[in-house]
Design a protein around this ligand. Structure first.
Ligand SMILES: NC(=O)N[C@@H](CC(=O)O)C(=O)O
Ligand SMILES: [Zn+2]
Ligand SMILES: [Zn+2]
Length: 346
């Protein structure tokens, strides 16, 4: 029985750090275990231009505690006004790693996102030319489409047409939650990647709704039926290069979650590595945790894996707190519903 596992330091290919007091509180939770993260640009107002990204990156580095090494990989929030030249220059200088597409209204702070996909065609074409990845929140917003079907419908109606119209565009399907997402990713070439969150490997929609509504399990895309969770587990633990970790750790304060109209987002930065070791052990795939968390992501983004390592050791339950205190108020940690035995020890 394996009780110790050393892997290359992991990276998080989808992370919300927010800003101000929240940034200050949550950044160490990621920097403790992760070497790099793709930083989501859905601030209010969003990170739209290269200037915005430069200023946000400086705020993140300023909030990083002394002695912690962590590299934020910046993203630009795609709007219908985004300037292809600004995007290309930000990529060429190394300031920005990719561009994030939010369909307008699909999720938290997505109001400035894209309504008319023809209006972003020039940006996408330029990105395909220069090899800059597009990260996509893949849900349609059509009110007639059931919320549990929005990812599958997005693949057919939006994602596949965009990819056909823009050959060579590298795309990441962010936080896939369905077997449809897994199957589509598997049916395509190596210009398509997909991130999977920790929580979607551990909960299905029953966890949100059975026995009383659990706002801390509510996120977007919303967790689906068990068959979808099992498909995600199969994908994450397969070792296939197209699947990699994006925690989508998305802090909201308790009052904003525990509300008549609660925000979408699960905060998992603190205990993600313990959760993942648990999942991969259950699947008999501990030997593939490194591919999912530390190797496949950098390979997709054309970056080397981290030089340093982390060690996970199995022992007594890890005493994670229930909440993280922040200057904006308490943030509840993702609760996997059972003790976590894997400690990050080094
Ligand atoms: N995942 C979420 O439920 N929420 C994210 C936005 C997102 O990634 O869609 C957030 O910013 O809170
Ligand atoms: Zn999203
Ligand atoms: Zn997110």
């Amino acid at each position: 029985m394996t009780s110790t596992l050393t892997i290359r330091r992991p990276d998080d290919w989808h992370l919300h750090l927010r800003d101000g007091a929240m940034l200050q509180a949550v950044l160490p939770e990621s920097a403790r275990h992760f070497g790099r993260a793709i930083i989501m640009p859905n601030l209010v107002p969003p990170v739209v231009t290269s200037r915005d990204a430069e200023a946000y990156k400086a705020r993140i580095l300023k909030a990083l505690p002394e002695g912690m090494a962590f590299t934020p990989l910046m993203m630009l929030y795609l709007t219908e006004e985004t300037d292809p030249d600004d995007v290309a220059a930000a990529h060429a200088s190394g300031l920005v790693t990719g561009v994030k597409l939010y369909p307008a209204g699909a999720t938290t702070n997505s109001a400035s996102g894209v309504r008319d996909f023809d209006k972003v065609r020039a940006v996408l074409e330029r990105m395909a030319e220069i090899g800059m990845p597009l990260c996509v929140h893949g849900e349609v917003t059509d009110p007639e489409i059931d919320i549990f079907d929005r990812e599958a419908v997005f693949i057919d109606r939006v994602l596949d047409p965009i990819r056909r119209a823009t050959p060579g565009l590298r795309v990441v399907m962010e936080h896939i939650t369905t077997k449809d997402g897994v199957d589509y990713a598997r049916s395509q070439g190596d210009d398509l990647g997909a991130t999977i969150t920790t929580h979607h490997l551990m909960i299905n929609r029953n966890h949100i709704l059975v026995g009383g509504i659990k706002p801390h399990y509510y996120c977007l895309p919303v967790a689906k039926r068990e068959e979808h969770r099992l498909a995600l587990r199969d994908a994450a633990t397969s070792g296939e290069a197209r699947f990699f970790l994006g925690t989508d750790s998305a802090p909201h304060t308790d009052p904003n979650k525990e509300s008549a109209c609660g925000c979408a987002g699960v905060f998992s930065a603190t205990n993600t590595m313990s959760c993942l070791a648990h999942v991969f052990e259950e699947e008999g795939a501990l030997d593939r945790l490194e591919a999912f968390a530390s190797l496949n992501g950098p390979a997709f983004y054309g970056l080397p894996p981290n030089e340093t390592t982390i060690t996970l050791t199995k022992g007594d339950p890890v005493p994670y707190p229930e909440k993280l205190a922040t200057g904006d108020g308490p943030v509840t940690l993702f609760d996997p519903g059972h003790p976590l035995l894997w400690h990050v020890t080094a």
